[in-house]
Design a protein around this ligand. Structure first.
Ligand code: U2P
Length: 259
């Protein structure tokens, strides 16, 4: 039988292991608690691409056409009602092969608008999609449980709730001279989806619009937050940084240099 002095360090070790397993949020296995709702975060290329200082092939701002006049996907985020969110919920290394059938749609509707790789949860750096899956997708359980479901679900929600179409039909079209009332943009979305979005601005330009959903993907109000937008906002027109358009103004770098 082990002596008392040998048992004390063993007990301490067991207690420490138990504490680690319970985790800071009090869950049994160290997991973060289940999220409350989803936010579909959409980005406006016209605003983000305006800030592009150098180009690389992985940056959709640098593609040689001005066709990107739609909101594109930033991510589908599981969120808490208190304004915080879980992240990096379990180890699941992004595998592009799992979404090979979705790549055309993802390139078009969920492109990166930056050069450089994105941080991933446990493995350093990766594609923008790897960042979104590892940081947010892994926390979408029990609604979404695998990488393919995360991307297909996000695309389907994005297609169903077409913010660009709603805004265009209400007269809010890309323009480098017009200013639109923020309240008008919010109302157009509310009238169509019966839920209040969140609008994020960079100075006066709309940078992101977030739509919020219950776990069954029925629209719900986003949290009432202090908006970063002024009363009148712009929806800048997308100006392509394509090679032929801007060779003299924008430096092209390889994707590796962008790291
Ligand atoms: O808003 C700045 C960054 O914070 C992260 N974010 C924001 C709101 C939210 O509900 N959930 C969330 O994750 C985003 O980080 P990203 O996914 O880009 O790493 C957002 O860009």
């Amino acid at each position: 039988m082990a002596s008392l002095s040998a048992q004390i360090p063993l007990c301490l070790a067991l207690m420490m292991a138990a504490c680690l397993m319970i985790g800071i949020n009090g869950s049994i296995d160290g997991a973060q608690r289940e999220f409350d709702y989803f936010a579909l975060s959409l980005q406006w290329p016209g605003t983000i691409c305006h800030k592009t200082r150098h180009c690389c092939s992985s940056n959709a701002c640098c593609r040689g056409s001005n066709s990107q006049t739609e909101f594109t996907i930033h991510g589908l985020w599981p969120d808490y009602n208190d304004g915080t969110w879980p992240s990096c919920c379990y180890r699941s290394q992004f595998d592009v092969k799992e979404i090979s059938t979705l790549l055309d749609a993802l390139e078009k509707y969920w492109p990166s608008l930056y050069c450089g790789k994105s941080s991933t949860c446990f493995s350093g750096k990766g594609l923008f999609w790897a960042h979104e899956w590892e940081k947010h997708g892994t926390c979408s359980s029990p609604v979404i449980r695998d990488e393919y479901s995360y991307f297909i679900t996000t695309l389907n929600v994005y297609f169903k709730y077409n913010v660009t179409k709603i805004l265009n039909e209400a007269g809010y079209v890309p323009s480098n001279s017009e200013r639109y009332p923020l309240g008008g943009i919010v109302s157009a979305i509310e009238n169509s989806f019966r839920a209040t979005p969140e609008v994020i601005c960079s100075k006066e330009a709309v940078e992101e619009i977030r739509l919020c959903f219950f776990k069954d993907f029925k629209p719900r109000n986003c949290l009432a937050s202090k908006t970063s937008c002024p009363k009148y906002v712009s929806l800048p027109a997308y100006v392509s940084m394509g090679r032929e358009a801007s060779e003299s103004e924008i430096a092209w770098i390889s994707d590796d240099e962008a790291l």
